[in-house]
Design a protein around this ligand. Sequence first.
Ligand code: ATP
Ligand code: MG
Ligand code: MG
Ligand code: MG
Length: 483
Amino acid sequence: MLTAKQIRESYKEFFRGKGHQIVPSAPMVVKDDPTLMFTNAGMNQFKDIILGNVAPKYRRVADSQKCLRVSGKHNDLEEVGMDTYHHTMFEMLGNWSFGDYFKKEAIDWAWEYLVDVLKLDPANLYATVFEGSEAEGLGRDDEAASIWERHLPQGHIINGNKHDNFWEMGDTGPCGPCSEIHIDLRSEEEKAKIPGRELVNHDHPQVIEIWNLVFMQYNRKADGSLEPLPAKVIDTGMGFERLCMALQGKQSNYDTDVFTPLIGKIAELSGLSYGKDAKVDIAMRVIADHVRTISFSIADAQLPGNAKAGYVIRRILRRAVRYAYTFLEQKQAFMYKLVDTLIESMGDAYPELEQQRELIMRVIKEEEDAFLRTLENGIRMLDSAIDEAKKSGRSEISGKEAFVLYDTYGFPLDLTELILKENGMTLDHAEFDAEMAQQKARARNAASVETDDWTVVNEGEQEFVGYDTLTVDAKILRYRKVK
Ligand code: ATP
Ligand code: MG
Ligand code: MG
Ligand code: MG
């Protein structure tokens, strides 16, 4: 059985053999693009080449890119831990052609790699092709279909709609049809019940998309019309953890050696086992997933914070802490103890982890400690708000209560929502937003009297609970009265 490390290497080796330059992953945290906080696909780092703003250094490149899908166009956060194949941070294996090879090579090589090199059973593979769009005046992607027909029987080639099979960079710019490769990992018994093709793109945990081959052949103009792209681009992305699941004969990404060391360590530290209790399992998956995200983010110099990318990371961390606290009975910081395990399995491929080991551990521990100080009281408050609401027949807690949780106890809104959802409840968003707006106005007033960057709001005996970033340079330190 190939290990994750061997699989990652074999991909690079294969495309090196096809004349590709292997390039390093770009950082997961994007610092210089106002439209994007985190790398969410392998193509991000090549955006300027694809747009024709910069000449490519190499016409063929391949890599393994660390991606994060927790905000914007791609947000998989809600799926993570609940299903077994969406992660917040994951690796995307990709190969590109910038004005060099096109559909035929892209498809033939994908097939050669999966079937000839990795020996995946072709009987389990499906390919989707763009069915066309009348509104766009585009026909079916017969070109791709006829290439697939040389590899797959008709029944394994499936038409897909614009949503799944037409890729666009934005409202304007390069775009084109794509072909996704799906794999059916069900047992023979399960397969006998429903044909695999019925389950492609329908969120079946064992019939999943592994690779997306994008054929950029058009340019969308400002008036919405399409013109042929002068230098056509191949852009592919394959989910590394999903490929490992397929190759290692597992039912879940978390059963591959990408995750088993982390799950094992979580089990050891908590004294609980994986695979016995659904809630514990979800918690273990969430924590194993989130600790990767947080560690890679810190290694990329994005620390948890109170604004923008920093707050996204803090929210993820707090979400994991709460899962550990509630379902694994971890009342003390413990996620930082997973960092060594993570580095052992991923440090070779991503040396920045090793280089930042101390920092990663220290920051995670500090964040855990800080949140754990208020978590228990916050949970208690939320529980009683839920009880009160239930007693009076409401399925919603007030926005005011959610705001106190946010402001005083450091509960990110999505964490409050998650806990509410577990209890079949929701919250009053409009009221929460109003509270938030009021607090921002108050803070603005406070800031306007002080000329310093830092305005300390002091009243009686207080305990520091955090700071709010209003603008990049005006920060308000907040204190809470202890007595
Ligand atoms: P899905 O339909 O499963 O959400 P997608 O169509 O959103 O995937 P693409 O944008 O086509 O994904 O990305 C290319 C590949 O990256 C996918 O084929 C899949 O293997 C992998 N991938 C996408 N999202 C995730 C994720 N959240 N976690 C792990 N792998 C992912
Ligand atoms: Mg998706
Ligand atoms: Mg998809
Ligand atoms: Mg896709």
